[in-house]
Write a protein that binds this ligand. Sequence first.
Ligand code: HEC
Length: 134
Amino acid sequence: MMLLKTICLPKNPSIVLLFSFLLLASCGGDSSDDLVEKTEDPTENPNETAAYTYTSHVKSIMTNNCVSCHSSTPINGASSSLVTYEDVKNYGTSIINRITRNEGEAGFMPKGGTKLPQNLIDQIIQWKEDEYPQ
Ligand code: HEC
């Protein structure tokens, strides 16, 4: 018991003070860095945290696979335009429904084409889950 007491309660209190100071100093530095990082991002670009945006990802998928029929005046029997951000956002749920069907199944999109690569389908699903960042 004597031995334990000697270890746990150092006789020189200035050592305790020194360690407390070092601990406080390093913690203070870290937390102020964290604060700066957290507040910078959202003000610079609100979409920066979103994995996929319309402009950087979804638009080109539509242009390359869908707009041949879903043009601003839809052709080949299509009735919706998928040209603008508003168009694609408004049809978001329907688009995901169509592109996740199996090739050859009724209503499959792109009509008469091949199924989009899974990574592109996943990007559109994530884009919807993130509430359609522009
Ligand atoms: C070859 C022409 C063609 C292409 C390419 C095409 N579609 Fe379509 N799409 C159609 C036709 C015709 C219809 C209407 C028949 C139906 O509903 O299946 C349609 C219907 C739709 C609808 C239901 C709303 C509407 O306009 O009637 C959605 C949503 C849709 N397509 C999404 C897409 C997406 C997303 C792509 C690209 C991945 C795509 N389509 C590519 C021809 C096309």
